[in-house]
Design a protein around this ligand. Sequence first.
Ligand code: SAH
Ligand code: SF4
Length: 470
Amino acid sequence: MSYQRKEIPAEEIRRQEAICLRIRGRVAADGAAPLAMVDTYGCQQNEADSEKLRGYLQEMGYGFTADEFEADVIVVNTCAVREHAEMRVLGNVGALNHSKKARPGQIVAVCGCMVQQEHMAQKIKRSYPVVDLVFGPHELWRFPELLERVMLSHKRVFAAEKNDGVVAEGIPRRRDGDVKAWLSIMYGCNNFCTYCVVPYVRGRERSRRPEDIVAEARELIAAGYKDITLLGQNVNSYGKDLGCGVDFADLIRLVDAIPGDYRIRFMTSHPKDATEKLFRTMAECAHCTHQLHLPVQSGSDRVLKAMNRSYTREKYLAQVALARQYMPDLVLTTDIIVGFPGETEEEFAETLSLVEQVRYDAMFTFIYSKRVGTPAASMPDPYTREDKQKHFDALTELANRISGEKHREYEGKTLRVLIDGETGKEEYNLSSRTDGGRLVHLRGDPALIGEFCDVKIASSNTWALYGELV
Ligand code: SAH
Ligand code: SF4
């Protein structure tokens, strides 16, 4: 797997920004204030990418709307991890026929992981004439150039060639909020879990330089952001491709050294690369929250091996024990796939027993979804959808019971939370998060949004805690 690191030169990004200004001039000459809509599916990385799309669109002079009938440009940023997300995207893109008819000249772009798959790009080309522009994740940095090509040529443009991925610094961003921020530290994945499409669509692992990450963190903190999530498909392999001697734990220390009242969290950690050094660093760095998302996927060694996860149940449990030794208050979450090809009743029972043993604060559970081109897609899969659904329901019930029990343990305790928004509900009008990322609803003055406060937890359910300011 040889990957030649490819950085987009700064002058290329400046060229894109010059194109934004050209588009701005043309659009302004048309009179009315133009509007754009960016619709995002999937993971936090996609949310972060959509902030860049909005950054470019803002430089082009666009305002934003959530109504497709008002939008002059629509960008649908897609996800390919499961079939369900793809079906939703295709349904919603097809429905844009209506807005396009009502608003001639409307430009529809589809980008992201889904269209980086050859068969999907073809499908859109063939069956979705409403789409004017298709571009994969590796082309996002040149969105202005691609959009301008559509505007000038009035022809459809497709840009989703096979690509191992690039690193592009300096793309303008329009962030979604002013309390919490995403900070991408690396892109791509080299792990090739046998069920997963991500390595095929997001390219090889490549890290941003530590100085670029620290500079962005400084800017965020100076701008008043209080909760920064370091993002990567597998943050634990940060820096391996750079060879500059900074690993993920070192990076946390570099960010943590920035003075200020803020917290750092990160996702996702692959268990095969989580180290004692990481747990020690988390425990020692005052800004780093004691929250770990450590996807286990299965509790069965046979299934883990077939998934190419490179760890055993025993090794995973040992890691959890070690992490909790360093951080007794650790909030631990996970992802689990139910119904991986050939998963038996006994193997599923091993997942249930692992969950009982670990007692996660929260879990994200998925039914296995067959992905074109992945090794698991050609593994024998004798079990029916009904079998899998039964297992899924049993796992969800267990997960909910444990979350509810863990939440009940907070009742009567006073926790430090960051107030991050309004709920729109009368009784508990504000939402907040604990250091561990648990959701807390409370009553208070909306002026407190963006502040850290102490809250006494009065009640709870499976999904949230309810508290009062102290
Ligand atoms: N890089 C992250 C996760 C990326 S995808 C990690 O390795 O932890 C997020 C989650 O989606 C995965 O953890 C997995 O549980 C789930 N997932 C990925 N591919 C899937 C598939 N084909 N079917 C069902 N769930 C899948
Ligand atoms: Fe997919 Fe595995 Fe990479 Fe996560 S680590 S993105 S599950 S291949």
